[in-house]
Ligand binder design. Structure first.
Ligand code: C2O
Ligand code: CU
Ligand code: CU
Length: 472
């Protein structure tokens, strides 16, 4: 655990890891947080934008003054941003110059199986290529892409192979939300460094105690005294965040995994499990120039986490000038729910002693050759998902569809952050959620899994097949 680690609260420095193996103190709020680079298409027609990406290792300055080897798309750490619009296709040619196979999954996207980046659909190491086609036949949403190659995804995602994909549409564009330089995507994650400043990786590692925002350890971000839209992505393998501003003030959550909420939700705290996204608006116009404010994380991953190190994520530095703005009172209308005809239950569990590295859904570890759930094309289903672990959180992510959260522990979800379109839902120990989805658009085999990626790699993943003629 955190024995022997003392963090002086006011020093502005925190010890990164175990003194015996870590790089020592990592200064906080010394590096500016960059905004991830937007990738330009190599060619664009009226209907399609073409991109080309090369997966490769590069060195990146994550810790001030040190270089860390990372796995990237096009050398970008944090990963690049693709800006897409609904109804216009994106085609991406991926070339893998890493030393491990990859499979690139667009998380949250409604895509044919051939472009889903499923765990077994690999791009060979050392120069293999694959072209993914994304129809973008869904409303606006903050999506992201990441490696999904079975048994490699946990390490490869951890070493950086992620990118952001901002899908927009008229509904979103017609709203008066902060835009341009006031609309900032932020990829959050944790990491552990060894004494040479390199990423240390072991499966299911509880000691990833350095927090990164857009690829920098504990950065600062200078803001004008006005409203900002922050699109937050939890790209961590395992870490759950509960984010709060250091002065306790509230902000508005305007969106979740599958796009905007129906109306802004005012809150002082935001929970984000691995894979989840949140769109928030923070209004800095109430702060005098020169004010500093910290985005804190109020949740340790495990009871024995060295909490002190993890309380800070990112510092905001307010500069002038002041500009006032208002948020639209309504944001969008969600698609109608429809009525479900099928009910299923799922139980997430694992060996909590840590003796084996085994994890299960309904008592079975992932088997690529087994179809666990047969779904009739077009069906609307209610899935009851329970976290059977007594100590560990999990979450539940479905490919292909966006779903709705109907209930959490028997309480209906009618407003707030989970009332929008979701593709990943958090489950604290012992919790149960009911979700509803309609399986339409494509036939094919897809996965559902815990998005604590190490748990998925350990077996907490299963296949579902959507087909018109049901085979048993
Ligand atoms: Cu974010 Cu199956 O993935
Ligand atoms: Cu996914
Ligand atoms: Cu899990």
């Amino acid at each position: 655990g955190g024995a022997g680690i003392v963090v002086p609260a006011l020093s502005g420095r925190a010890r990164a890891t175990d003194p015996a193996t870590g790089p020592g103190d990592v200064p906080q709020f010394q590096q500016a947080m960059p905004v991830p680079e937007t990738l330009e298409p190599t060619f664009a027609s009226g209907t399609t934008a073409y991109y080309s990406m090369t997966m490769k290792e590069v060195d990146s300055e994550i810790l001030p003054g040190r270089l860390t080897r990372v796995r990237t798309f096009n050398g970008s750490f944090p990963g690049p941003v693709i800006k897409a619009v609904s109804g216009r296709r994106v085609v991406i040619r991926q070339t893998n110059h890493l030393t491990v196979p990859t499979s690139i999954h667009l998380h949250g996207a409604h895509v044919p199986q051939s472009s889903d980046g499923s765990p077994m659909d690999l791009i060979a190491a050392g120069g293999g290529t694959k072209t993914y086609t994304y129809p973008n036949s869904q409303p606006h949403a903050n999506l992201w892409f990441h490696d999904h190659a079975h048994h490699h995804e946990s390490e490869t995602v951890y070493r950086g192979l992620t990118g952001l994909y901002l899908l927009s549409d008229d509904v979103e564009q017609n709203l008066d939300l902060p835009s341009g330089v006031y609309d900032v995507p932020i990829a959050l994650r944790d990491a552990r460094f060894d004494d040479s400043g390199q990423l240390a990786y072991t499966m299911n590692d509880p000691k990833r105690t350095v927090l990164l925002a857009n690829g920098k350890a504990w950065p600062y971000f200078e803001v004008a005294a006005r409203a900002y839209r922050f699109r937050l992505f939890n790209t961590s393998n395992m870490r759950f965040f509960v984010l709060k501003l250091s002065d306790g003030s509230s902000f508005h959550q305007i969106g979740t995994d599958g796009g905007l909420l129906e109306e802004p939700f005012e809150t002082a705290s935001l929970a984000l499990s691995p894979g989840e996204r949140a769109d928030i608006v923070v209004d800095f116009s109430r702060y005098a120039a020169g004010t500093t404010l910290v985005l804190n994380n109020a949740r340790p991953l495990r009871p024995d986490d060295p909490v002190d190190q993890l309380t800070k994520v990112l510092q905001f530095r307010v500069a002038g000038p002041v500009a006032n703005s208002t948020l639209p009172a309504t944001l969008r209308t969600l698609p109608p729910l429809g009525s479900a005809t099928v009910n299923r239950s799922f139980e997430l569990s694992m060996d909590e002693t840590g003796v084996t590295q085994d994890a299960y859904i309904n008592g079975r570890p992932y088997d690529m050759d087994r179809v666990d759930t047969e779904i009739e094309y077009g069906a609307t289903e209610i899935w009851t998902v329970r976290n059977a672990s007594t100590r560990l959180p999990h979450n539940f992510h479905l490919h292909l569809v966006q779903f709705r959260v109907l209930e959490r522990d028997g309480r209906p979800v009618t407003s707030g952050p989970e009332s929008g379109l979701k593709d990943t839902v958090a489950l604290q120990p012992g919790e149960t959620v009911k979700i509803q989805a309609t399986f339409t658009g494509y036939e094919g085999t897809y996965v559902y899994h815990c998005h604590m990626i190490d748990h998925a790699a350990m077996g907490m993943m299963a296949n579902f097949r959507v087909s018109r003629s049901r085979v048993r």
